[in-house]
Design a protein around this ligand. Structure first.
Ligand code: ZN
Length: 277
């Protein structure tokens, strides 16, 4: 389970979840203002022996009609303290070379999504791919505000964006946009200002980091400390849940260890883990 990429079926279009790594995190990080007395009954079944939540870090490879499309690229070299940065090995396991990738979609600029976009000398890791990011996201990570983030959190995105601009491999999009045949990017702000979610072949919704836990499906109001604007992300989550339930989309996300369809209940939504994942 640890290393083997999972396969999602998007109505005949194969999608491969590429595991970049695993980390365990405190529920206090995943859910801002976590209160064990209120949330514990829902969260406790998922905690490990150290009272942490296991979290996956991952990217998605789509075998689109227009060629291979990669959604995010993992940590690359930017998480030396974690067992992470394994997206490139996961591609190798599938027999895919970096130059086989035609398009890379960047959901957002956090290190665990953009670190793998560059190689050891800051060169683009996918030299024959058009890279797509939301304009607002590119502007934010190029701003003095991002530069001033603690712990050099802006460095991976700045490094990647500069390398891609220099190589003329970067395109920006605004609004909901068709990126390739059967690949639609949806504006999904809140986790970061220009976060994108992706719908593959009207069948799979890759939600990036709008959902950091499967508990965000029944509890969309539980925002994360990693959300830059939690309330905006909550509104985005509700919009994506409505769309997933209405269109019978398989909901999957970078850090959610399971995927599933979304069913409407009397007071919200629930995730029905899927055989398709
Ligand atoms: Zn992330």
């Amino acid at each position: 389970m640890r290393d083997r990429p999972a396969r999602l079926d998007a109505n005949g279009v194969a999608c491969h979840v590429l595991i970049d790594g695993w980390r365990t995190v405190s529920p206090r990080f995943v859910f801002e203002g976590y209160d064990d007395a209120v949330q514990g009954e829902f969260v406790r079944p998922y905690l490990d022996a150290d009272d942490k939540l296991p979290g996956r870090m991952s990217a998605l490879l789509v075998e689109s009609a227009d060629g291979l499309v990669l959604i995010d690229a993992g940590n690359g070299r930017f998480a030396p303290d974690l067992d992470a940065g394994h997206v490139h090995e996961a591609l190798e396991t599938l027999g895919v070379h970096p130059w086989d990738i035609r398009c890379v979609i960047i959901t957002h600029g956090h290190a665990d999504h953009v670190g793998g976009l560059v190689g050891p000398r800051d060169e683009p890791a996918f030299p024959d791919a058009r890279h797509v990011i939301h304009r607002t996201e590119a502007e934010f990570w190029s701003s003095p505000e991002a530069e001033a983030l603690p712990n050099g959190a802006g460095l991976p995105a700045q490094t990647a964006l500069m390398a891609l601009l220099d190589a003329e491999l970067l395109d920006t999009v605004e609004g909901d946009a068709r990126i390739a045949t059967g690949i639609d990017a949806i504006e999904a702000p809140g986790h970061t200002p220009g976060h994108l979610a992706i719908v593959v072949n009207d069948a799979v919704l890759w939600a990036g980091d709008t959902f950091v836990s499967q508990l965000n499906v029944p509890h969309p109001q539980w925002v994360s400390l990693s959300d830059m604007d939690g309330r905006t992300n909550e509104a985005t989550r509700r919009r994506l849940l409505e769309r997933a339930a209405a269109a019978d989309l398989l909901l999957a996300a970078s850090h959610m260890p399971i995927s599933g369809t979304v069913a409407q209940t009397s007071d919200g939504y629930e995730l029905l883990p899927s055989e398709r994942s």
